[in-house]
Design a protein around this ligand. Structure first.
Ligand code: VGL
Ligand code: ZN
Length: 199
Protein backbone atom coordinates (compact mmCIF):
# COMPACT_ATOMS: atom_id res chain seq x y z
CA UNK A 1 0.00 0.00 0.00
CA UNK A 2 1.47 3.27 -1.00
CA UNK A 3 0.52 6.84 -0.30
CA UNK A 4 0.38 10.13 -2.21
CA UNK A 5 -0.15 13.72 -1.16
CA UNK A 6 -2.37 15.62 -3.58
CA UNK A 7 -2.07 19.41 -3.50
CA UNK A 8 -5.02 21.02 -5.26
CA UNK A 9 -4.74 24.35 -7.11
CA UNK A 10 -2.39 26.33 -4.83
CA UNK A 11 -2.18 29.03 -7.51
CA UNK A 12 -1.91 32.80 -7.38
CA UNK A 13 -5.45 33.42 -8.60
CA UNK A 14 -6.84 31.49 -5.60
CA UNK A 15 -4.69 33.42 -3.11
CA UNK A 16 -5.27 36.93 -1.71
CA UNK A 17 -4.84 39.46 -4.54
CA UNK A 18 -5.80 36.87 -7.18
CA UNK A 19 -8.76 36.88 -9.55
CA UNK A 20 -10.75 34.29 -7.57
CA UNK A 21 -9.15 34.80 -4.18
CA UNK A 22 -10.00 32.29 -1.47
CA UNK A 23 -9.83 33.96 1.97
CA UNK A 24 -6.48 33.08 3.60
CA UNK A 25 -5.64 30.81 0.66
CA UNK A 26 -1.94 31.57 1.14
CA UNK A 27 -1.93 30.55 4.81
CA UNK A 28 -1.75 26.86 3.97
CA UNK A 29 1.43 27.01 1.91
CA UNK A 30 4.01 26.43 4.63
CA UNK A 31 2.05 23.54 6.15
CA UNK A 32 1.75 21.94 2.71
CA UNK A 33 5.50 22.37 2.13
CA UNK A 34 6.14 20.54 5.41
CA UNK A 35 3.86 17.64 4.38
CA UNK A 36 5.42 17.46 0.91
CA UNK A 37 8.89 17.18 2.43
CA UNK A 38 8.03 13.84 4.01
CA UNK A 39 5.51 12.47 1.50
CA UNK A 40 6.18 9.29 -0.50
CA UNK A 41 4.67 10.77 -3.66
CA UNK A 42 3.52 14.33 -4.41
CA UNK A 43 1.01 15.35 -7.05
CA UNK A 44 0.04 18.95 -7.73
CA UNK A 45 -3.06 19.96 -9.64
CA UNK A 46 -3.17 23.16 -11.65
CA UNK A 47 -6.37 24.83 -12.87
CA UNK A 48 -5.46 25.66 -16.49
CA UNK A 49 -8.09 27.39 -18.60
CA UNK A 50 -7.79 28.76 -22.13
CA UNK A 51 -8.80 32.45 -22.50
CA UNK A 52 -12.56 32.68 -23.05
CA UNK A 53 -13.23 29.44 -21.12
CA UNK A 54 -16.91 28.51 -20.78
CA UNK A 55 -16.71 28.68 -16.96
CA UNK A 56 -15.93 32.41 -17.13
CA UNK A 57 -18.88 34.78 -16.66
CA UNK A 58 -17.24 37.02 -19.27
CA UNK A 59 -17.94 34.33 -21.89
CA UNK A 60 -21.72 34.57 -21.30
CA UNK A 61 -23.61 37.71 -22.34
CA UNK A 62 -25.60 39.21 -19.46
CA UNK A 63 -23.97 37.04 -16.77
CA UNK A 64 -21.92 38.18 -13.81
CA UNK A 65 -19.38 36.23 -11.76
CA UNK A 66 -21.01 33.79 -9.30
CA UNK A 67 -24.21 33.60 -11.39
CA UNK A 68 -25.35 30.11 -12.40
CA UNK A 69 -25.75 28.79 -15.93
CA UNK A 70 -26.77 25.52 -17.58
CA UNK A 71 -23.98 23.70 -19.40
CA UNK A 72 -24.58 20.57 -21.47
CA UNK A 73 -23.57 18.56 -18.41
CA UNK A 74 -25.73 20.43 -15.88
CA UNK A 75 -25.65 23.54 -13.67
CA UNK A 76 -22.39 25.42 -13.43
CA UNK A 77 -21.25 28.43 -11.38
CA UNK A 78 -19.76 31.18 -13.54
CA UNK A 79 -16.45 32.51 -12.27
CA UNK A 80 -14.34 35.58 -12.79
CA UNK A 81 -11.66 34.95 -15.44
CA UNK A 82 -8.97 32.98 -13.59
CA UNK A 83 -6.02 30.63 -14.09
CA UNK A 84 -5.63 31.46 -17.74
CA UNK A 85 -2.96 29.22 -19.27
CA UNK A 86 0.50 30.76 -18.94
CA UNK A 87 -0.64 33.76 -16.87
CA UNK A 88 0.82 34.79 -13.54
CA UNK A 89 -2.50 33.95 -11.91
CA UNK A 90 -2.20 30.36 -13.09
CA UNK A 91 1.30 29.98 -11.62
CA UNK A 92 1.74 28.18 -8.30
CA UNK A 93 2.10 30.39 -5.21
CA UNK A 94 5.74 31.49 -5.21
CA UNK A 95 6.43 29.93 -1.78
CA UNK A 96 5.00 26.51 -2.68
CA UNK A 97 7.77 23.96 -3.18
CA UNK A 98 6.37 23.00 -6.57
CA UNK A 99 9.70 21.47 -7.62
CA UNK A 100 8.97 18.68 -5.15
CA UNK A 101 6.11 17.39 -7.35
CA UNK A 102 6.37 14.03 -9.11
CA UNK A 103 3.45 14.96 -11.33
CA UNK A 104 1.57 18.14 -12.16
CA UNK A 105 -1.88 17.42 -13.50
CA UNK A 106 -3.58 20.23 -15.38
CA UNK A 107 -7.34 20.45 -15.65
CA UNK A 108 -10.01 22.67 -17.15
CA UNK A 109 -8.18 23.01 -20.46
CA UNK A 110 -11.14 21.97 -22.63
CA UNK A 111 -12.96 25.18 -23.58
CA UNK A 112 -16.44 23.70 -23.21
CA UNK A 113 -16.10 21.78 -19.91
CA UNK A 114 -15.00 22.93 -16.48
CA UNK A 115 -13.05 20.53 -14.29
CA UNK A 116 -13.15 20.85 -10.53
CA UNK A 117 -12.03 17.30 -9.81
CA UNK A 118 -8.50 16.06 -10.35
CA UNK A 119 -10.03 12.81 -11.69
CA UNK A 120 -13.01 13.69 -13.92
CA UNK A 121 -14.18 16.86 -15.61
CA UNK A 122 -17.54 18.36 -14.66
CA UNK A 123 -19.39 16.08 -17.09
CA UNK A 124 -18.32 13.44 -14.53
CA UNK A 125 -17.00 11.13 -17.22
CA UNK A 126 -14.07 12.70 -19.06
CA UNK A 127 -11.00 11.39 -17.20
CA UNK A 128 -7.92 13.52 -16.50
CA UNK A 129 -5.67 10.44 -16.42
CA UNK A 130 -4.82 10.76 -12.72
CA UNK A 131 -6.55 7.50 -11.77
CA UNK A 132 -4.36 5.51 -14.17
CA UNK A 133 -1.23 7.26 -12.92
CA UNK A 134 -2.00 6.43 -9.29
CA UNK A 135 -3.01 2.83 -9.99
CA UNK A 136 0.03 2.06 -12.09
CA UNK A 137 2.22 3.40 -9.28
CA UNK A 138 0.38 1.18 -6.78
CA UNK A 139 -0.92 4.16 -4.80
CA UNK A 140 -4.05 3.38 -2.78
CA UNK A 141 -4.08 5.99 -0.01
CA UNK A 142 -4.39 9.73 -0.57
CA UNK A 143 -4.07 12.83 1.56
CA UNK A 144 -5.60 15.94 0.01
CA UNK A 145 -4.87 19.59 0.70
CA UNK A 146 -5.34 22.85 -1.18
CA UNK A 147 -7.92 25.22 -2.65
CA UNK A 148 -10.80 25.47 -2.59
CA UNK A 149 -12.20 23.08 0.03
CA UNK A 150 -15.76 23.36 -1.25
CA UNK A 151 -15.01 23.06 -4.98
CA UNK A 152 -11.89 21.42 -6.34
CA UNK A 153 -10.82 19.65 -3.12
CA UNK A 154 -14.37 18.41 -2.50
CA UNK A 155 -14.89 17.10 -6.05
CA UNK A 156 -11.44 15.50 -6.11
CA UNK A 157 -11.89 13.81 -2.74
CA UNK A 158 -15.36 12.49 -3.56
CA UNK A 159 -14.25 11.11 -6.93
CA UNK A 160 -11.20 9.49 -5.32
CA UNK A 161 -13.39 7.82 -2.68
CA UNK A 162 -15.84 6.61 -5.36
CA UNK A 163 -12.90 5.11 -7.25
CA UNK A 164 -11.96 3.16 -4.13
CA UNK A 165 -9.00 5.17 -2.84
CA UNK A 166 -8.64 5.67 0.89
CA UNK A 167 -8.94 9.46 1.17
CA UNK A 168 -8.22 11.90 3.97
CA UNK A 169 -8.69 15.66 3.55
CA UNK A 170 -6.51 17.76 5.84
CA UNK A 171 -9.06 20.49 6.55
CA UNK A 172 -6.40 22.66 8.25
CA UNK A 173 -4.45 22.69 4.99
CA UNK A 174 -7.43 23.71 2.84
CA UNK A 175 -9.39 26.96 2.55
CA UNK A 176 -12.92 27.47 1.20
CA UNK A 177 -14.70 29.96 -1.06
CA UNK A 178 -17.86 29.28 1.00
CA UNK A 179 -20.66 30.81 -1.06
CA UNK A 180 -24.27 30.08 -0.05
CA UNK A 181 -23.35 27.38 2.44
CA UNK A 182 -21.10 25.55 -0.02
CA UNK A 183 -18.55 24.61 2.64
CA UNK A 184 -21.09 22.88 4.90
CA UNK A 185 -22.62 21.15 1.86
CA UNK A 186 -19.18 19.95 0.74
CA UNK A 187 -18.44 18.55 4.20
CA UNK A 188 -21.66 16.50 4.15
CA UNK A 189 -21.00 15.28 0.61
CA UNK A 190 -17.47 14.23 1.49
CA UNK A 191 -18.58 12.51 4.69
CA UNK A 192 -21.31 10.62 2.81
CA UNK A 193 -18.76 9.48 0.22
CA UNK A 194 -16.54 8.05 2.95
CA UNK A 195 -13.89 10.76 2.84
CA UNK A 196 -12.13 11.24 6.16
CA UNK A 197 -11.61 14.81 7.29
CA UNK A 198 -9.13 15.81 9.92
CA UNK A 199 -6.93 18.66 11.08
C1 VGL B 1 -11.77 26.20 -8.47
C2 VGL B 1 -13.57 27.45 -9.08
C3 VGL B 1 -13.14 27.48 -10.39
C4 VGL B 1 -11.02 25.50 -7.36
C5 VGL B 1 -11.32 26.19 -9.77
O1 VGL B 1 -9.80 25.29 -7.50
O2 VGL B 1 -11.67 25.16 -6.34
N1 VGL B 1 -12.90 26.81 -8.13
N2 VGL B 1 -12.01 26.85 -10.71
ZN1 ZN C 1 -11.26 27.12 -12.69
Amino acid sequence: MSHALIVVDVQNDFCPGGALAVPDGDRIVSGINALMAKAEAVILTQDWHPAGHSSFASSHAGKAPYDMTEMFYGPQVLWPDHCVQGSDGAAFHADLHADRADLIIRKGFRPEIDSYSAFFENDQKTPTGLEGYLRTRGITTLTMTGLATDFCVNFSAVDAAKLGFDVTVRMDLCRAIDMDGSLAAAQSTMAAAGVQMNG
